[in-house]
Design a binder for this molecule. Structure first.
Ligand code: BGC
Ligand code: NOJ
Length: 816
């Protein structure tokens, strides 16, 4: 069952009924001001940090679902039978005669009709601005005059979202607002240490306003039935403490077929701390700098122009890589939605979604480094900056803080480090950046350790320390020590946590000298390959050879200690016993080592890669994707940690953890099985799952972190959509390995391993300033590519970077 459809030509997903299984959300914003918005206008806005600069309130995990948003009420003032509804359905939830929500790239439009009153609301954030625009168009389709009142409504958050939800003894006393003309200013704590405020402006002269929630809603009423709307008039309330809100009232009298457009702006502004106030002895906000911004965007023409700019920006980003394959789901994900999701995950890391409350986490080290992998071609400058920020949190021993705070850029002490996979992701991300851009200058950038001034060394030195970090921490079998965890945050082999509520992420009960990770071993081999290449190109042959040697040694260790007979083991626990082995009663086989080891090239020559992947197909794959572990753990194991805390089939304990599936897709391409790789690709592709939306439940246009697995009580249910490394990795698997268009240090590799049923595909790829038009034709069942560039046959798979950038490089590929 579906709840909407893809409008591919407009790059929109169209939701056709408001009561989706979960709020289906979208993101607004690209720079510093962001919002999440659901298909019924739920959600909230923030500046830079979803915890510390939250503009509006949102009630997570609420009943009814999705409370708090960018709300509007339309009141029909007909004297005999006044009525009201929300044109976005929520919060009133009156049945609408027509409803449609279009989520597009950086904007959402909700369009509805009730009693012949048509409303179309477009929400977006202009590029480079700290404000959002709600463009509201109301049309009277009646054959009589309509007398309407429009009410806007937001509830302000007192900035720190965690404090806002907990510290009521203080917070009920501090709220302050100002109202001037059609603008409501929220200025809690402005008198003291803040120099920023929020504003909520309306393009029309007001017929009323409220800033006190109690006054607007009335006692014991909810957002679904505000007293002011019921009665038809607000009361010019000014909030003193309690809960400040922003409500505008505009009365409209519309002739038959007459339309009116109202523009609302919700924005954030910072003043120079020395000039915060209107005059020296005043406590009134100095509005001199914000008023021109407000005036500019309240103008409909300017707002429309900003919307066009946003659309053009996205088109130009997406045009950098477009494909045309025989598969609709692959096309729409790669060309639009997957690319879009990558940008969102890059911007927000794991902070704010319907499942991430915006108060918990900073930027994850491994999360951000992986988010870069697929998206680096779109905005390489941003990737460069992020890489340098991340590297600047590295510690001198090569270790990494697990997270850093986006406002301060400092490593997060509460979580600390010792997640032993973290440092290696830096190598893999920097190498992806180099392959894409050829910008070797990044390696010379002076980057500090732990942000300590004076500690700067060139970035290349940071990468070497990452490698040494692993080499200096190996265990009894010679495998890398796992530390607190590796990629799988829930495989906590040193935590032995028996205390309820303790965070598995921070508790360590052991010295960590025994438990080892096969995943990190495979990751090390991948990273060592990159370091060999990088050092060779830097002319540092001896160091390149050093990495080659270290890699070969690690390969031997994997051969002796990590092969279980039919697949790769996952780890060794603190007792020195294998995890992910046929010897185990539960948790016999894990997905991660099969993916990473084959990606790293282990077992390609001696059939073990094939055996491992066959075991994946047999033991882990199900119709909803490939589960993380099987059999799932049925009980809690002290020596395994959080993984066994989840019920079987959920999260790390045997769900389809979508981040890992593309590793298997890539691995399958490495052994030449394009049919399998693409079959796995489709199993978790959200568009391909659209038809079972009632089971999948999350948005059909973006990946979710997990889909409950075959052992779950209810298999097939997705959770934690949007902010997941799944976005980048699926993009990488599809574009670089199945379609095989892969940036290399010296050029573009074309090495597709795609389904045997496809007659071919086309792609346009911008790379290092040139535009490649690629056409691949299948003339045989294999994967051998014969490449012709601008009419000339080349040998091998690498198209070297041309001496001069070109507007068009024609690449014709025949596959046999
Ligand atoms: C989740 C993991 C996540 C970790 C750190 C755990 O509860 O299951 O997926 O990586 O928390 O936030
Ligand atoms: C989500 C976390 O953000 C990520 O860092 C981790 O690798 C996965 N969960 C797996 O545990």
């Amino acid at each position: 069952m579906r709840f909407g459809y893809f409008d591919d030509s407009r790059l929109e997903y169209v939701i056709t009924r408001p009561d989706t299984p979960l709020p289906w959300i979208n993101y607004l914003g690209m720079d510093e001001y962001f919002g999440i918005i659901s298909n019924t206008a739920g959600g909230y806005s923030f500046y830079q940090d979803a915890r510390l600069r939250r503009l509006t309130r949102y009630r997570y995990n609420n009943a009814p679902l999705d409370e708090g948003g960018r709300y509007l009420y339309i009141r029909d003032n007909a004297e005999e039978s006044p009525s009201y509804w929300s044109p976005t359905w929520q919060p009133v939830r009156q049945v609408l005669d027509a409803y449609e929500c279009r989520h597009g790239l950086g904007y959402s439009t909700i369009h509805s009709e009730k009693n012949h009153i048509n409303a179309r609301i477009t929400y977006f954030i202009p590029l480079h601005e700290n404000l959002e625009i709600w463009k509201v168009e109301i049309t009277n389709h009646r054959d009589q005059q309509a007398s309407l009142s429009i009410f806007s409504a937001v509830e302000f958050c007192l900035w720190d979202a965690l404090d806002d939800a907990t510290n009521f003894q203080r917070n009920f006393n501090i709220a302050e607002v100002e109202v001037e003309g059609s603008v409501i200013y929220h200025k809690t704590e402005y008198r003291e240490r803040r120099n920023h405020f929020a504003y909520f402006a309306c393009s029309a002269p007001l017929d009323g306003f409220d800033t006190s929630r109690d006054a607007f809603l009335g006692a014991y009423r909810g957002w679904d039935a505000p007293l002011a709307v019921e009665k038809g008039h607000t009361s010019a309330s000014i909030a003193h403490g309690w809960q400040p809100v922003g409500v505008h009232q505009v009365n409209l009298s519309l002739a038959p077929e007459e339309s009116r457009t109202l523009i609302f702006l919700l924005g954030y502004h910072e003043n120079d701390p020395q000039r915060k106030f209107e005059s020296e002895n005043s406590q009134v906000i100095n509005k001199a700098n914000v008023k021109p911004v407000i005036a500019h965007y309240l103008d409909e023409g300017n707002a429309n122009h900003a919307f066009t700019e946003l659309a053009e920006y996205w088109l130009s980003l997406l045009s950098l890589f477009q494909v045309e394959t025989p598969d609709l789901h692959a096309n729409r994900m790669i060309n639009t939605w997957n690319a879009y999701q990558m940008m969102v995950t890059y911007n927000l890391s794991r902070s704010a979604s319907y499942f991430e409350s915006g108060i918990g986490r900073g930027m994850g080290f491994r999360d951000s480094t992986q988010d870069l992998l697929g998206f680096v071609h779109m905005v390489p400058e941003k990737a460069r900056r992020r890489l340098l920020d991340l590297a600047a949190t590295q510690l001198t021993d090569g270790g990494a803080y697990h997270q850093y705070q986006p406002i301060t850029k400092q490593g997060n002490h509460d979580i600390g480090g010792n997640f032993n996979d973290d440092p290696l992701w830096l190598v893999l991300a920097v190498s992806a950046y180099l392959r894409e851009t050829g910008d070797w200058s990044i390696l010379d950038e002076a980057v500090p350790f732990d942000n300590r001034p004076g500690s700067e060394t060139p970035l290349i030195d940071h990468l070497q320390r990452s490698m040494n970090y692993t080499l200096e921490r190996t265990g009894p079998h010679g495998l890398p020590l796992i530390g607190r965890a590796d990629w799988n945050d829930c495989l906590n082999l040193n935590s032995f946590s028996a205390t309820p509520g303790q965070s598995f992420q921070t508790v360590t009960a052991k010295d960590g000298k025994v438990a080892e990770s096969v995943f990190i071993a495979g990751q090390f081999i991948l990273a060592a390959h990159e370091m060999e290449e990088i050092m060779t190109r830097l002319g540092r042959q001896a160091e390149s050879q050093k990495y080659a040697l270290a890699r070969q040694q690690m390969e031997q260790v994997i051969d002796t200690a990590a092969w279980d007979g039919s697949w790769f083991r996952r780890a060794y626990n603190d007792f020195g016993n294998p995890v992910g082995s046929v010897e185990n009663a539960e948790g016999q086989i894990f997905i991660e080592p099969q993916g990473i080891c084959v990606m790293a090239g282990i077992g390609l020559e001696d059939n073990r890669a094939r055996q491992a992947l066959d075991a994946v197909a047999e033991k882990l794959a199900c119709e909803h994707g490939i589960v993380l572990v099987s059999p799932a753990y049925q009980q809690y194991y002290l020596e395994l940690g959080e993984i066994s805390s989840y019920p079987p089939g959920y999260k790390e304990n045997g769900s389809v953890f979508c981040h890992t599936n593309p590793w298997i897709m890539i691995a399958e391409t490495r052994i030449g099985r394009g049919d399998r790789a693409f079959d796995y690709y489709l199993r978790i592709n959200p568009s391909a799952r659209e038809e079972k939306s009632e089971i999948h439940r999350c948005e059909p246009y973006v990946y979710a972190q997990t889909i409950s697995g075959k052992e779950a009580a209810i298999p097939g249910e997705a959770k934690n959509s949007w902010l997941t490394g799944t976005a980048a990795w699926n993009y990488v698997a599809m574009t670089q390995w199945i379609l095989g268009i892969r940036p290399h240090y010296d050029g573009l590799i074309i090495d597709p391993v795609f389904p045997s049923s496809w007659s071919g595909f086309k792609a346009v790829r911008h790379f290092r300033g040139s535009r490649y038009e690629i056409e691949v034709t299948r003339k045989g069942p294999g994967n051998q590519a014969y490449i012709c560039v601008n009419g000339i046959d080349i040998s091998g798979n690498l198209i070297p970077v041309p001496v001069e950038q070109a507007n068009k490089i024609m690449v014709n590929v025949v596959i046999r």
